[in-house]
Design a protein around this ligand. Structure first.
Ligand code: UDP
Length: 327
């Protein structure tokens, strides 16, 4: 049995869908503060899914999950706050939820002898890039509390491996994009801050705000590595298999090794939508590095993972999902 924390959220729900379609039994633990009960109801149609509402900040909530489900053998841990700007304004929220919440999860795992975890880490643990593309040897110097909270957890996991034999795979996501290929689930944040959904949601009354056109890049806008959410889900399944095979603690970048500028993404969105999208050029958003692109060789070689869906596919599926959300 696999426990997925944050399984009602954007990325977590795509992993749960992939696991259910593989015939795995899954428990989702989610506070529903950011996740959606509708997502759980959809997922339940595709396999054996048990949903437990709870908060990692309450040790008893997560202990109870292990206590009443003795067949949990591995955990995939998504539950976290993930907005950089908010983390700068309210670091307490981020450290308390992300770090303390994960400590509770790890303590419960140790108490019940569960020693395999796949963890959602982030490119934000690298901070301002020193070189590009970024491989796993790149120094980790986060520049905001969100990145710090994720790096702290990576360090805790190393110490827990040395001391208690807890094995972890940390997946450092670049920019996750797209939705389920059958439009059953997708990205659903309120408020939405991410590029692709914001471009697709733009209207005459609420134009898309492009943050910064004076960066040192091909066209002056920020360059990012957009990794498709279903490709990302597959990497988690490979990471679970990797841990099941008795492999050691490890960490991998998940990206495509291809960078796209905000202007390029905007153009793909217009092409997919088949119409002009209202655009407003705005000043830079604080804390955005000019370029973030992953060197994904390590995940390819050691996890046997190959992303197959390109940016256009991600935009197409995101567009189809937007129509479902707006129904
Ligand atoms: N971006 C933008 N307008 C928006 C949202 C994002 O211009 O409404 C830009 C943002 O400044 C960054 C890129 O799009 O350069 C990707 O931002 P996103 O928030 O999707 O992901 P992040 O890189 O922050 O993880």
């Amino acid at each position: 049995m696999i426990l997925v924390t944050g399984g009602a959220g954007y990325i977590g729900s795509h992993l749960v869908m992939a696991l259910l379609e593989k015939g795995e039994n899954v428990i989702v633990f989610d506070s529903l503060e950011l996740g959606h009960i509708e997502t759980i109801e959809t997922l339940k149609q595709y396999g054996t899914l048990k949903f437990i509402k709870g908060n990692l900040k309450n040790l008893d909530d997560i202990r109870g999950v292990f206590m009443s489900n003795k067949d949990i053998d591995s955990v995939v841990h998504f539950a976290a706050y993930s907005q950089v700007a908010e983390s700068v304004k309210n670091p307490q929220k981020y450290y308390y939820n992300n770090v303390y919440g994960t400590l509770n999860l790890l303590n419960a795992m140790l108490e019940f002898g569960v020693k395999k975890i796949v963890f959602s880490s982030t490119a934000a643990t690298y901070g301002e890039p020193v070189y590009t593309p970024i491989d796993e040897k790149h120094p980790q110097n986060p520049i905001n509390p969100y990145g710090n909270s994720k790096l702290m957890i990576e360090r805790i996991m190393d110490d827990y491996d040395r001391a208690y034999g807890l094995k972890s795979v940390r997946l450092r996501y670049f920019n996750v994009a797209g939705a389920d290929s059958k439009s059953r689930i997708g990205e659903w944040h309120e408020p939405e801050t991410h590029l692709i959904p914001n471009v697709l949601k733009a209207t005459k009354d609420k134009s898309f705000k492009m943050f910064g056109t004076d960066y040192d890049t091909v066209d002056g806008t920020c360059v990012r590595d957009y990794i498709n959410v279903e490709d990302l889900a597959k990497a988690h399944i490979l990471a679970l298999e990797y841990l099941k095979n008795g492999s050691e603690t490890n960490y991998f970048n998940l990206g495509t090794k291809t960078g796209n500028s905000v202007k390029e993404v905007f153009a793909v969105c217009e092409e997919v939508k088949g119409s002009k999208i209202p655009l407003e050029i705005c000043p830079r958003r604080e804390g955005d590095p000019a370029t973030l692109v992953a060197d994904n060789s390590k995940a390819k070689e050691e996890l046997n993972w190959t992303p197959v869906n390109d940016l256009k596919y991600s935009v197409k599926t995101a567009f189809e999902w937007e129509k479902v959300l707006n129904k």
